[in-house]
Design a protein around this ligand. Structure first.
Ligand code: NAP
Length: 290
């Protein structure tokens, strides 16, 4: 029996494989199911079996999931949620046909409360998994820290002002690496059957706090100013950000933050990975050390 990892050529799945190996799970007990086998060459060089599995090809998935005591099902990265639901359904049906023992799925934190636009595909997938009767663990990941802490902050540091339309709202994000460690912990341990974890950091932060940390790390005073959505849209346009991204950032991300949709926290991540949760300041320092 083996642990089958999907999305292993991507960022999260690749980190989950690294953490499983760090936890001394033998490479011979890990299989990756990837749509591009050539991209899996580096994984194969570490002794991991690489199988072909494409979310658009049920037969390939059923074969690649064979013998899985646990399946780590990474949500598809497509932007078209209607197609994503179909891809996930294909993978879940294939898991049932292959006799998978346990499905671990990457969902979205506090999905019922969310209006950000990502919630429907994840709730649909969670329900689909339950229709199979297969034991499951739902890892409801929050937004990744790097969605907010990235090179896009550097112009704000230059001008000493970070503009959002997020008000005083708080963010319960976590780093991708912390979420990968949590997933590897669930995959390597018993006792997580039929659990739903909201894997937020234990404390949420605001853009005012991010500006304060930016000031400390960069040595230049940066303040956060929350303003109208229209002004933020104009500002992002001037910075050359693509229109669809501007829409998601302002009407998806910032609006959700302002509405308090991303402020809830739990100890679920802490319970899985202990005190190694990456502080916001460390993520900012890593940005400046790149
Ligand atoms: N929580 C968040 O903030 C956040 C942010 C972005 C995305 N997500 C979600 O979390 C998932 C994992 O994040 P990530 O950062 O690891 O994303 P990522 O780096 O884009 O990885 C996505 C993985 O899915 C694979 N994939 C794409 N289409 C596939 C198909 N038809 N069949 C089989 N595999 C397919 C990709 O394979 P290739 O290597 O061949 O492309 C890749 O391995 C994403 O897919 C997305 O659903 C969450």
């Amino acid at each position: 029996m083996s642990i089958v990892i999907t999305g292993a050529t991507g960022a999260l799945g690749g980190l989950v494989v690294d953490h499983l190996l760090n936890k001394n799970v033998p490479a011979s007990e890990i299989v990756v199911s990837v749509r591009n086998v050539e991209k899996g060459a580096e994984l194969a060089s570490r002794g991991i079996e690489v199988r072909h599995g494409d979310y658009d090809d049920a037969a390939s998935l059923e074969k690649s999931f064979a013998g899985a005591s646990k399946l780590f099902l990474v949500s598809s990265p497509l932007m078209d949620d209607t197609v994503r639901v179909r891809q996930h359904a294909t993978a879940i049906e294939a898991a049932r046909n292959a006799g998978v023992g346990h499905i671990v799925y990457t969902s979205f934190a506090f999905a019922e409360k969310s209006t950000i636009g990502l919630q429907e595909v994840h709730l649909a997938t969670e329900h689909m998994i339950r229709t199979t009767g297969i034991p499951y663990t739902i890892l409801r990941n929050p937004l990744y820290t790097h969605i907010f802490v990235n090179e896009g902050l550097l112009p704000a540091v230059e001008r000493g002002e970070m503009i959002t339309s997020a008000g005083n709202g708080k963010l319960n994000v976590a780093t991708r690496n912390d979420l990968a460690l949590a997933a590897a912990t669930v995959l390597a341990q018993d006792g997580h059957e039929n659990k739903v974890y909201n894997l937020t950091a234990p404390t949420a932060w605001s853009f005012d706090e991010l500006a304060q940390i930016l000031s400390e790390v960069s040595g230049k005073k940066v303040v956060h100013r929350s303003t109208s959505e229209a002004e933020v849209v104009e500002d992002l346009k001037k910075a050359g950000v693509a229109e669809p991204l501007i829409g998601f950032q302002v009407y998806g991300l910032y609006r959700s933050v302002a509405n308090g949709e991303l402020e809830d926290t739990t100890n679920d991540l802490k319970n899985l990975i202990g005190d190694s949760i990456t502080p916001l300041k460390q993520s900012v320092q890593e940005l400046f050390n790149r």
